[in-house]
Write a protein that binds this ligand. Structure first.
Ligand SMILES: Nc1ncnc2c1ncn2[C@@H]1O[C@H](COP(=O)(O)OP(=O)(O)OP(=O)(O)O)[C@@H](O)[C@H]1O
Ligand SMILES: [Mg+2]
Length: 365
């Protein structure tokens, strides 16, 4: 899968920008704050309809403007034109000029594996952040997953609202709560299965990837859930046991909305014991495992984005990471200085030099 070009209108610091990309390697150079991450962010937003930065969706609209447009042509089996328009009123998405009404039918047709320093949150942050980030990864593999998750969240909201009503009002029916509970369990079991399968798939590759990068064994990514290894009957019992507490607190105390993922190196949780470098290498091993799954299981070669990787790791590790980047994968790399980029990556790459919002393009020879 390759992204051929991109056209931005009022995106972040760019009023108008048209870029034609190299099908193999692309390097974006510029000083801090010049707009390097903004360019790779636009590719990500075109794919997933959301940014990986900022909590409000409209932060990507150029200051003082009403809306932003991102357009790009992607070549896979055939060439398709993708377009996303975001304004303060909401977003619209198009494939080959046809409006797609449901965002979930649009997301993840362009498959991107991204590494950014934000990804360290996967280890350092709360279970909630980890769930959100893994959901994004998982929804790239399965559209069905995304739909199940949005149904689950809807029913969960309804159940919590009903629990609050029960807390204040005796005139509610237990049988309606039971219906919502059963729906939560059915959807939760399906989501749990997707998550187990995903982690099992990742596990086929992640340990070996970590070894290739850091020359150490023992990296494990595990998944913790109330739902794992439980039958529907057992879950019904567990929900029943909690129902008093649920009503008292007006919230659902068990469910896949409490799941968590843990990175461990030889039994030690990397969140508490890992150095910055170890945490970064673990995340990169995960990202490379995602590429492995795309390739092996789905027969897709995703687009790889490495945002500011080179300022963060030592030369040896970078070299080991470069071994993962085969010629058939389109790669985008951002950096403040070309000297930080390994020669292997530079040769044959297209270079985009940003200065004061202007971009100069050249090929490295
Ligand atoms: N909505 C917006 N409208 C206008 N400018 C914006 C908007 N959002 C961000 N910017 C500008 O974009 C710039 C940051 O761009 P970006 O994050 O791409 O920099 P960078 O080149 O990746 O820098 P670094 O090397 O520090 O990572 C900032 O100068 C910021 O003011
Ligand atoms: Mg940046």
């Amino acid at each position: 899968m390759k992204i051929i070009n991109i056209r931005l209108v009022n995106f972040r610091n760019y009023e108008r920008l048209n870029l034609d990309f190299n099908p193999t390697k692309n390097i974006i150079i510029g000083e801090n704050g010049e707009g390097k991450t903004n360019i790779v962010e636009s590719l990500y937003v075109l794919s997933l309809s959301k940014s990986f930065r900022g909590s409000h969706e409209d932060v990507i609209i150029k200051n003082g403007c009403e809306s932003t447009t991102i357009e790009g042509t992607v070549k896979d089996k055939h060439k398709d034109k993708y377009k996303l328009v975001l304004s303060k009123e909401g977003k619209r998405v198009f494939i080959n000029n046809n409006k797609i009404d449901k965002i979930s039918d649009y997301i993840s047709k362009i498959n991107i594996v991204l590494f950014t320093s934000e990804d360290l949150k996967l280890i350092k942050d709360t279970p909630n952040t980890r769930r959100k980030l893994i959901n994004i990864e998982l929804s790239q593999y399965s559209n069905e997953y995304l739909k199940l998750l949005s149904m689950y969240n809807k029913i969960l909201k309804q159940r919590n609202a009903y629990l609050k009503m029960m807390m204040f009002n005796a005139n509610t029916s237990r049988s309606y709560l039971d219906i919502l509970t059963e729906q939560i369990i059915d959807l939760g079991m399906k989501i749990n299965k997707y998550r187990i399968d995903f982690i099992n798939n990742i596990s086929k590759y992640i340990e070996n990837n970590y070894y290739r990068i850091a020359k150490k064994h023992g990296l494990v990514l595990s998944y913790k859930s109330d739902f794992s290894d439980k039958t529907k009957d057992e879950l019904l019992k567990a929900f029943n046991k909690n129902v008093k507490k649920d009503i008292q607190q007006g919230k659902t105390n068990i469910g896949i909305h409490h799941d968590d993922y843990v990175f461990e190196l030889n039994g030690n949780n990397l969140r508490d014991f890992g150095s910055e470098g170890e945490q970064k290498n673990a995340i990169i091993s995960l990202k490379m495992a995602e590429i492995d799954i795309f390739r092996e299981d789905l027969n897709i070669i995703p687009i790889l984005i490495l945002d500011d990787l080179f300022s963060e790791l030592d030369k040896k590790k970078i070299n080991n990471i470069l071994d993962f980047i085969s010629d058939d994968i389109q790669t985008f790399v951002t950096t403040t200085e070309l000297t930080k980029v390994d020669k292997r990556l530079k040769v044959g790459s297209k270079i985009f030099k940003i200065k004061n919002g202007n971009i100069k393009e050249e090929y490295y020879e």
